[in-house]
Design a protein around this ligand. Structure first.
Ligand code: HEC
Ligand code: HEC
Length: 382
């Protein structure tokens, strides 16, 4: 019984991870038109969609899953810590009732003491544990003497324009980039279970991209076609909205490497960091009302190594990272043959084995499902 509960919840968690992870990106630049202003939410509220919400009933329905992922990661638990199998609406567990009180407390603190900004979150206190530490810890060993202040000045950072220009050069230059207008990639998704799952990515300039994963339980699609974004797999398709849509648009931007400069209102080099054993410059990119993004560019090669996104939920920001590797020159353009997508709940890798560029791709691949099918989707239904 416990095992069954565990495996069902596990399946739900994996599905959520696949479905909400922005799966792929082509290294290319894109349509300058991908700048977007946040549109007022049109979908149902969570209270209309779910059975027993008391604190979160007024948020958009499609925010419930991301919010649940946020608290699960913040406490370092699984969904089953608070929920009973097959009945997320039931209040049978003390932990769920406590979590509801904690949400009310958190909203009150942020409203009263932080002008309504989401500053204190579950993670601020819990730090990945269900039992936060409230007492200072006595260390086992003597404290180390303070390191001598280094007076050496920090090396100056380049400006963002230099880093972005070097990136375009590193992949082969703007001309090579714009010579390609479609890309079909085939490969394998590894990270869940012992065997990989087949993946196909269809991308077309200026901004359409469809990723299809063949899971043991059927096809999983993540798509943006220049107008709308959607996901499907195990049930009806659902629209991609909010911060996830920002990310999906960027993924689909075929000439992204050239467009990145104009895509954000503000982009600056914040610091140096490491990605694996590569030294990298970290660029912070922001636009009002949109998901902030951090880009990590290799100091030596100039290539994009990592993209880190922070997507708002009603309870805090969910981080996710995409690491790019195994860049290979293909038709004069360097593109990554490997992506690793990581979230607090897990990670998976896509390895590309076959790339075809400038081949025709049937328009039907980019056709969004009928609006009724999308609107009828129940985003939160596990
Ligand atoms: C720390 C406790 C906790 C964890 C962990 C947690 N939840 Fe929840 N969940 C809640 C609380 C509390 C509510 C009710 C919120 C309210 O009253 O507004 C809720 C509500 C829900 C609902 C709405 C149910 C309904 O119909 O009323 C769904 C669906 C849900 N959670 C799914 C999940 C999933 C999936 C996970 C794992 C990714 C998860 N939850 C992890 C505490 C938790
Ligand atoms: C200001 C600090 C703080 C914040 C913010 C906070 N918590 Fe807690 N939480 C605690 C403390 C302290 C405890 C332990 C109380 C105890 O031991 O009785 C706790 C206990 C819990 C428990 C019970 C754990 C168990 O083992 O029974 C749950 C569930 C929980 N918190 C969920 C949440 C969620 C979900 C959020 C965000 C919506 C949150 N907390 C935000 C401090 C916080």
């Amino acid at each position: 019984m416990r095992e069954l509960l565990k495996s069902t919840l596990m399946a739900a968690a994996i599905l959520a991870l696949i479905l909400t992870a922005p799966i792929m990106r082509g290294q290319s630049g894109g349509a300058a038109g991908s700048q977007s202003t946040p549109s007022p939410h049109e979908g149902p509220t969570a209270g209309q969609q779910f059975k027993n919400l008391q604190v979160l009933k007024d948020v958009p329905a499609d925010q419930i899953f991301p919010a649940m992922q946020f608290i699960t990661a913040s406490l370092g638990v699984e969904c089953g810590f608070c929920h009973v199998q097959g009945a997320f609406e039931k209040d049978d567990k003390d932990e769920k009732r406590t979590a509801r009180k904690m949400m009310t407390m958190m909203f009150a603190i942020d409203k009263d003491d932080f002008d309504g900004r989401t500053e204190v979150t579950c993670y601020t206190c819990h730090r990945g544990s269900s039992d936060p530490v409230s007492t200072p810890i006595i260390p086992d060993t003597e404290p180390k003497p303070e390191a001598e202040e280094t007076s050496a000045a920090k090396p100056a950072l380049p400006n963002a324009g230099e880093v972005l220009d070097k990136y375009v050069q590193a992949i082969g230059g703007a001309d090579a980039l714009h010579k390609i207008s479609t890309r079909l990639e085939k490969g394998t998704l590894v990270g869940f279970g012992p065997t990989g799952m087949p993946v196909e990515v269809y991308a077309k300039a200026p901004d359409a991209r469809v990723t299809v994963v063949q899971t043991p339980r059927g096809q999983n699609v993540t798509a943006y076609n220049g107008q709308t974004g959607w996901m499907s797999g195990m049930g009806p398709s659902r629209p991609i909205t909010g911060g996830e849509l920002d990310n999906e648009k960027r993924n689909a931007d075929f000439y992204f490497a050239a467009d990145i400069k104009t895509e954000f209102q503000q982009i600056r080099v914040a610091r140096e960091d490491k990605v694996g054993d590569h030294d990298a410059y970290v660029l912070m990119a922001r636009s009002p009302g949109r998901t902030p993004v951090r880009f990590y560019f290799d100091k030596d090669s100039g290539l994009l190594l990592r993209e880190m996104r922070l997507v708002e939920t009603p309870l805090g920001r969910n981080p996710s990272e995409v690491d790019y590797a195994d860049y290979r020159e293909t038709d004069g353009l360097k593109i990554p043959y490997q992506w690793t997508i990581a979230r607090p709940g897990g990670r998976f890798t896509i390895k590309i084995t076959e790339v075809q560029q400038n081949v025709p791709i049937d328009e039907s691949k980019f056709a969004a499902p009928a609006p009724s099918a999308v609107m009828g989707a129940k985003p939160g239904t596990p």
